[in-house]
Write a protein that binds this ligand. Structure first.
Ligand code: SF4
Length: 249
């Protein structure tokens, strides 16, 4: 039976507001900045609906949560309230803009970033599936693009997830990594066939698909060896090792 995600439709008009699913302070769990203190701003809605998605509460018609539709000052206020409970300095804490697919909201994100800079934050990462061409306003503000194009292990037809113009624009920033979720060695072959080029090898990060520490531990040895053999980076998923599939940590 083929996989058909039930994607909740998103409004065409947000009146300048950000649909925040959740916001929390933790550590960046994945990628180049794994371990860095991070304030996560998770936005609602996604255009894809991957089979193994661990944030279905942002997009799945049957699981989507209400969240909060916040003005930009309200978003900053909530960020500052969260930071006030920690001694983590704002300038050392990365703001990780995530989802869902946050690029659905790229018309409002630059103004949000500007307001967060005024409030003392200075480094902004975004996590995107790489299907939307970033605007110049986004490119000038995002410090690091964590782009995660989807392979067929997501249950989706991969060629439709490969948007050449979006990938080219993100690669041209030179401030990006491309994280691929790997279940089996055949996924790495598929990635190389479909996404390389345009993605250069020194920008590839491979990461185990898992929601438990046990599965991550099982995949990690052979995937690390494949990374060494093929010349890619490996990323753990620290939040899974620390807290399993628990929410908001
Ligand atoms: S693109 Fe990301 S948020 Fe969207 S369904 Fe896939 S894993 Fe989930």
């Amino acid at each position: 039976m083929s996989y058909k995600p039930k994607i909740a439709p998103w409004p065409t008009e947000f009146s300048g507001k950000i649909p925040v699913s959740e916001m929390f302070l933790s550590i960046q769990g994945e990628g180049r900045f794994a371990g860095t203190p991070a304030l996560f701003i998770r936005m609602k809605y996604c255009n894809l609906g991957c089979a193994w998605c661990d944030t279905r509460f942002t997009w799945d018609e049957e699981k989507i949560e209400e969240g909060a539709l916040l003005t930009i000052p309200e978003t900053v206020e909530r960020a500052l309230e969260i930071m006030s409970k920690s001694s983590s300095p704002k300038h050392e804490t990365h703001v990780v803009i995530t989802g869902g697919e946050p690029m659905l909201h790229q018309d409002r994100i630059p103004a949000m970033i500007d307001a967060l800079i005024d409030a003392g934050f200075s480094f902004f990462e975004i996590e995107t599936n790489g299907m939307y061409v970033p605007s110049p306003a986004m490119i000038s503000r995002i410090n690091w693009w964590n782009c995660s194009p989807k392979l067929s292990n997501s249950g989706l037809y991969t060629m439709k997830t490969r948007v050449a113009a979006a990938l080219a624009t993100i690669i041209a920033t030179h401030k990006c990594d491309f994280k691929f979720v790997i279940q089996a060695p055949k996924d790495i072959d598929e990635m190389e066939k479909i996404f390389m080029p345009p993605i250069p090898a020194d920008r590839v990060i491979l990461m185990p698909e898992c929601v438990t520490p046990e599965v991550q531990s099982r995949i990690m040895p052979w995937l690390s060896e494949e990374c060494i053999r093929r010349g890619y980076r490996f990323s753990p998923r620290l939040h899974i090792l620390a807290w399993g599939n628990e929410r908001a940590r």
